[in-house]
Design a protein around this ligand. Structure first.
Ligand code: IPE
Ligand code: IPE
Ligand code: MG
Length: 262
């Protein structure tokens, strides 16, 4: 992936990577469970959906920071396979919001050279949203500055079952020997194929759980949980998470950290 260079308009000093962070040891793939929108709104006696609107601003801010600081892949959890259980008005609001944001932001995402993908079972989404997703995905497919994946109607278990089904079909058709199923072949069929596994997972709003997010891909991710509610997640909160990440010793089951990559 190309190194991220500041382009015109990037000169705002606040957009510079804080001096105590090592640019060579940033996550190559950041995963975020954007949680706490409802509580943010409730604290202000606003309807929950106002929290989702503010949450979009927080995502925009984070994406810009990834571009400026040099985090080349960002995967965010926007709507889980379990979130359909919420009241119809909230679900409908979210679907409309996703569509509006796509419409409004597509030009800017394209100019910022962001490759946008939506990961999940997209066929269950409203058809208008599906069309916008298809358009945005095609238009930004060649970009490489930041890979943004938005997990929408995404469930980790569902994703794994889909992979199992694909492999079983290949076996049935005589295209694949079960003995040839290995981790690499399996990972190649995941929705995130092509990007490295996330090395840092951030969850906002103080919840200590994964909620069916990227079950395979998070196997060795470092986890940073913050009490900050998603709409309040800002530059300072990201810097705190990255500082935490850079202090971790990643052992991958061994006794010492593997030698730094050269
Ligand atoms: C996360 O915020 C956004 C979605 C799940 C769509 P929540 O809506 O879960 O906010 P809380 O957890 O109720 O505060
Ligand atoms: C996880 O948040 C899903 C998203 C952020 C989209 P939830 O708010 O749905 O998770 P739980 O219900 O607290 O586990
Ligand atoms: Mg929540």
């Amino acid at each position: 992936m190309q190194p991220v260079k500041a382009h015109t308009g990037d000169t705002h000093p606040l957009m510079a990577l804080p001096g105590d962070l090592d640019p060579a040891r940033l996550p190559r793939h950041l995963a975020v469970i954007m949680d706490g929108n409802g509580r943010w709104a409730q604290q202000r006696r606003l309807p929950r959906v106002r929290g989702h609107q503010q949450g979009v601003r927080a995502l925009k801010r984070l994406l810009q920071l990834c571009g400026h600081w040099g985090i080349p892949a960002l995967t965010t959890y926007a709507f889980s396979t379990e979130n359909w259980q919420r009241p119809d008005e909230e679900v409908n609001f979210l679907m409309t919001l996703f569509e509006q944001v796509l419409k409004q932001e597509l030009n800017e995402l394209d100019e910022a050279r962001v490759r946008l993908r939506f990961l999940g079972d997209l066929e269950a989404l409203p058809s208008g949203l599906q069309e916008h997703i298809a358009r945005a995905t095609a238009r930004t497919a060649h970009h490489n500055r930041v890979h943004l994946n938005v997990c929408t109607n995404y469930g980790g278990r569902h994703e794994l079952v889909q992979v199992a089904r694909r492999l079983a079909q290949d076996v049935r058709q005589g295209l694949l020997d079960p003995d040839d199923i290995n981790e690499a072949r399996f990972a190649n069929l995941l929705l995130t194929a092509g990007d490295p596994d996330p090395d840092l997972l951030i969850r906002t709003s103080g919840e200590f759980r994964i909620s069916n997010f990227l079950l395979w891909q998070l196997a060795y991710a470092e986890i940073h949980i913050t009490d900050v509610l998603w709409p309040d997640f800002d530059q300072a909160a990201l810097a705190t998470a990255l500082r935490d990440f850079q202090q971790r010793q990643r052992r991958y089951g061994a006794v010492q950290s593997p030698p730094a990559e050269t």
